[in-house]
Structures are given as structure tokens and as C-alpha cells.
Design a protein around this ligand. Structure first.
Ligand SMILES: C/C(=C\Cc1cc(O)c2ccccc2c1O)CCC[C@H](C)CCC[C@H](C)CCCC(C)C
Ligand SMILES: C[S@@+](CC[C@H](N)C(=O)[O-])C[C@H]1O[C@@H](n2cnc3c(N)ncnc32)[C@H](O)[C@@H]1O
Length: 237
């Protein structure tokens, strides 16, 4: 991959298939384990409750899927959807060793831009570090709108470029001096170098709110977290 400005869906799928074996370990190491806090906050903001049918879109290795499953309990259903089969394989392997078994989880290989689910199907949805990686954000938001029940929420967690200059310089330093060199030691420099251009082109919170309202959602709120390096966009249908 030479041109870093224009990643295709196939490029992105290949990136996440390739990093699947090291993805969880690097997330834990690079975020000092704090990413679990950010993901739990996302599940809370989705307003998922016991017995719900939920979607974790762009589920990857299934962190948020597992958190949703614990939230909806044995009477609920959680669908973890992703288009990278290597990520779904890791996700399924991980829950195989969980007790009590998370039988309420189903893994579905699917494209966020063309979801294989009926209209008005889900009581809640989450999307962790996925919206920045899809190639058509408005279409992905339109699909989420379509599959959610009326009044249901989706909570969308992702990085963005901070407005605060000092925090932005820290984020860039951390990515350049900590994240990419660590990935390089695992032969994954190209895959993690992708983070920078993906951040550059991703809308900030206020722009995400406008995109959510344009997709038809009745309410849109963006909650900055991690000192403004990330945020959770909460959309209500
Ligand atoms: C779970 C995290 C990131 C998920 C993630 C998202 C992507 O779009 C990727 C694209 C390509 C490769 C990997 C990913 C990817 O892992 C967050 C934790 C991992 C982050 C890479 C760490 C970045 C941390 C912040 C920039 C700064 C936080 C510093 C604080 C001291 C923890
Ligand atoms: C950074 S990972 C996030 C995984 C997980 N949600 C988490 O919080 O760790 C982004 C995931 O989005 C998936 N993805 C990107 N574009 C997609 C699309 N169009 N359809 C389905 N999955 C997609 C990738 O395969 C990858 O597993």
C-alpha cells in the first residue's frame, strides 16, 4: 500500500485480517488496558438492557460483543458483525473459553454498508473503532438507522483529532513514537501506520453529530473521552 490517502474496502479488510493475531495484545499494551473502560462506557451509552436483541457492528475480535452479552444476559441476543473473517475466528475462539458460556452471541460475516438484517430489528447497537474504518460513513449510518427499532440507540466509539493543541501533539507523538514502533517490531508497521491517515480524514465530534442527524436519527450527542482523543457518538432513532 503506497497511496495512504485512499484505502479501499478491500485494503481495510486485508489490514484487519492481517492484524487479527496481534490485535488484542497490542490494544491492551498500547492503551494500558484502558480500552476496556472506553468500551464499557460505549455499551452503557447504547442503553442495552436485559433481554434485548443487540448488534455490535465492526465487532472485530469481539470485546464489545462480550460486554453486550453480559448486559443482555441469557434471555438476550447479541450479533457480532464484521467483514474480516480472521477477526471473527479470533472472536469465536475467545468466547469458547468463557464460563458461563456466552450462548447469546452469534457471529455474522457482513459488510456494514449492506447489512443482512431486517428493518427495525435491533433494540440497541454499538460500533467500536469501526465508523472511522468504513469507506462510506453516511451509508453505514443509514444502515444502522434502518436496522434499529424506533427510539433505539447506537453508541459509536472512535478516535478523532483533538481540538486541544497540546493533546493533539501528545496523540501524534504517542502514535508515531509508541504505537507504530511497537507494531513494527511485530512486522505490522504498514497496518498500524494506517491509523494516522484514518484519523486525518475522520470527522470531529460536531461533524459526526451532523452526519447522524442527516442519516435520519432524531437525536445525536457526541461525548468526548480520553482527554478528547476519542469520543462516543450516541444516536437515537
Ligand atoms: C482499542 C484501540 C484501538 C483500536 C484500533 C482502531 C483502529 O482503527 C486500528 C487501525 C489499524 C490498526 C489497529 C487499530 C486499532 O487497534 C485503542 C487502543 C490502541 C490504540 C492504538 C492506542 C492509541 C492510544 C491513544 C492514541 C493515546 C492513549 C494514550 C493513553 C496513555 C492510553
Ligand atoms: C479497529 S477494529 C474494531 C474492532 C472492535 N469493535 C474493537 O472495538 O476492538 C475495526 C473493525 O471494523 C471492521 N470493518 C471495517 N470496515 C468494515 C465494513 N465495511 N464492514 C464490516 N466490518 C468492517 C474491520 O474488519 C475491523 O475488525
Amino acid at each position: 500500500m503506497t497511496d495512504r490517502s485512499n484505502y479501499t474496502s478491500t485494503d481495510i479488510q486485508a489490514i484487519f485480517n492481517r492484524i487479527a493475531p496481534v490485535y488484542d495484545r497490542l490494544n491492551n499494551d498500547l492503551s494500558l488496558g484502558i480500552h476496556w473502560v472506553w468500551k464499557q462506557m460505549t455499551v452503557s451509552w447504547s442503553a442495552a438492557k436485559a433481554g434485548d436483541t443487540c448488534l455490535d457492528l465492526c465487532c472485530g475480535s469481539g470485546d464489545i460483543t462480550q460486554l453486550l452479552a453480559k448486559r443482555v444476559g441469557k434471555t438476550g441476543i447479541v450479533i457480532g458483525a464484521d467483514f474480516a473473517p480472521a477477526q471473527l475466528t479470533i472472536a469465536a475462539e475467545r468466547i469458547a473459553s468463557v464460563y458461563p458460556p456466552l450462548e447469546q452471541i452469534q457471529w455474522v460475516e457482513a459488510d456494514a454498508l449492506n447489512l443482512p438484517f431486517a428493518d427495525n430489528y435491533f433494540d440497541a447497537a454499538t460500533m467500536g473503532y469501526g465508523l472511522r474504518n468504513v469507506t462510506d460513513i453516511p451509508r453505514s449510518l443509514a444502515e444502522l438507522y434502518r436496522v434499529l427499532k424506533p427510539d433505539a440507540k447506537v453508541a459509536i466509539l472512535d478516535f478523532h483529532r483533538p481540538s486541544n493543541g497540546l493533546v493533539r501533539r501528545f496523540q501524534q507523538w504517542y502514535l508515531d513514537e509508541i504505537v507504530v514502533p511497537k507494531a513494527d517490531r511485530l512486522g505490522m508497521i504498514e497496518e498500524y501506520a494506517y491509523l494516522n491517515p484514518s484519523l486525518d480524514r475522520f470527522p470531529i465530534g460536531s461533524e459526526q453529530v451532523k452526519l447522524g442527524l442527516a442519516a435520519g436519527f432524531s437525536r445525536a450527542t457526541h461525548y468526548p473521552i480520553a482527554s478528547g482523543m476519542m469520543g462516543v457518538l450516541v444516536l437515537t432513532k
